[in-house]
Design a protein around this ligand. Sequence first.
Ligand SMILES: [Zn+2]
Length: 209
Amino acid sequence: MYFFEKALEFIFLPCCGVCGKLGESYLCKKCGKELEKYVVYSQEETIKLHVFQYKDLVRKLILDYKFNDKSYLYKTFCEFIVKNKKILDFIKSYDIIIPVPMHPARIRKRGYNQSALLAKELAKSLEMKVYTNVLLKIKNNKVQSTLNKKEREENTKNVYKLVKPEKIKNKKILLLDDIYTTGATVNACVKELQKASVKKIGIFTIAKD
Ligand SMILES: [Zn+2]
């Protein structure tokens, strides 16, 4: 029995999402320190918080997270976030986390919605609510990264839809996205969420470009 338990422990040993080191956690001490260098805490109007600057190591991690099947990186990001009191206080000043939705066709292709994975893990760690069925993406639009600012705004029109407004009425909603660039995506989502007479809407992103 003892051997069996030890073997299980080995099988489920966490590994650092950045360097792959086994055993310590999903983010080892060394890589945690490295990530600290990219922290920007660019907090605007007290309702927006972007954790990192989108460059070098952070850019590579997010690209891997979204496009190279490294979905497990949500654990690494979550671990970094929950160890940071300033970021934690910001998140906890809201009631419900809502990840920016992806179109079902794109989820099928990628296999996961990276923002939803992180939102669920954060909500679990912080004992908060997370809703993925209130705000939907109803149009499979072009990928934003290929477009300029004006095109991005045009591309996000009539793309998101609020479906269960009663679930978020009078609540403080934190909208979670991976990268903040021009703000076109989050602005389109905020516009929909506002239809539910919410108390407050905040924006939380992993990185700001
Ligand atoms: Zn590491």
